[in-house]
Write a protein that binds this ligand. Structure first.
Ligand code: BGC
Length: 249
């Protein structure tokens, strides 16, 4: 597929799967069925870059593309690796992926990509204020957007709350690991979002991650001053946002 106007390609690199698809950037949706390949273990930069190349080949994609990564990505360099192979720390992800695939990659934080997509096409479409998009999964990801402009790498999942790294107690993985009821997990989320909203005073929280599909089960147990809505693009937000951010780079 050669690059057509309004068509991009996004790849979402996660701890268990690497997913990609062409994206219709006008409508904000996938333009073809997405391809998912399990993340190689160990998930070293070279092994992951090879899978990214397979996804590009599958769609016969020759142009630049966007790629998410579940850690801080500063100017294409992965600076942290909370839930992925530590060999990514300090790696020039953009260069490594470019070298392995022969196509220019724009690499961004996964929650930033999801946030950009939700503000452009999803739950916070056209919002004029401060939107905090928080993803609850293995870790907690965050994206802060003001008047449509993203401030990257906010890392609010690592706020210290009651002496703990917040994501170790409030991520969806903590709920599963500790077999918390919706009510007990809701109490932890109330505490987490309370600390966060006292620091950044957003106008809206958009909550993403797989568990946002069950929003009505747990949201009644979460009390915040700030309105909270579930993400709309669900597991496609990363792919769509990656393609979007690559286009606007
Ligand atoms: C990482 C973030 C990432 C989030 C969600 C956190 O552990 O530090 O960079 O966005 O997990 O994957």
């Amino acid at each position: 597929m050669t690059k057509k106007k309004n068509l991009g390609l996004g790849i979402d690199i996660g701890g268990s799967g690497i997913k990609g698809a062409p994206v219709d950037l006008e409508k904000g949706r996938l333009a073809d069925e997405r391809l998912r390949i399990p993340t190689p273990q160990p998930s070293t930069p070279e092994a992951v870059a090879e899978v990214v190349g397979q996804i590009l080949d599958h769609f016969d994609w020759k142009g630049p593309f966007g790629c998410t990564f579940p850690a801080v990505v500063q100017h294409g360099v992965t600076q942290t690796a909370a839930n992925v192979d530590k060999s990514w720390i300090g790696a020039d992800a953009q260069k490594i992926i470019h070298a392995a695939t022969g196509r220019k990659a724009i690499v961004v934080n996964d929650a930033d990509a999801a946030g950009a997509a939700e503000v452009e096409f999803g739950a916070a479409k056209g919002h004029k204020g401060v939107v905090a998009v928080i993803t609850l999964g293995t870790g907690i990801g965050s994206a802060l957007v003001h008047r449509g402009r993203l401030m990257p790498n906010t890392e609010f999942g690592h706020l210290e709350v009651d002496g703990h790294d917040a994501e170790t107690r409030a991520a969806d993985s903590a709920r599963e690991r500790e077999e918390l009821s919706w009510e007990d997990w809701g109490a932890r989320l109330t505490r987490y979002f309370g600390v966060l909203e006292n620091l950044i005073w957003p106008d809206l929280f958009v909550v993403g991650g797989g568990v946002s599909k069950k929003f009505s089960r747990w949201h009644p147990y979460v009390q915040t001053r700030t309105p909270m809505v579930p993400a709309e693009l669900l597991n496609e937000a990363g792919i769509i946002g990656a393609a979007l951010l690559a286009e606007s780079d």
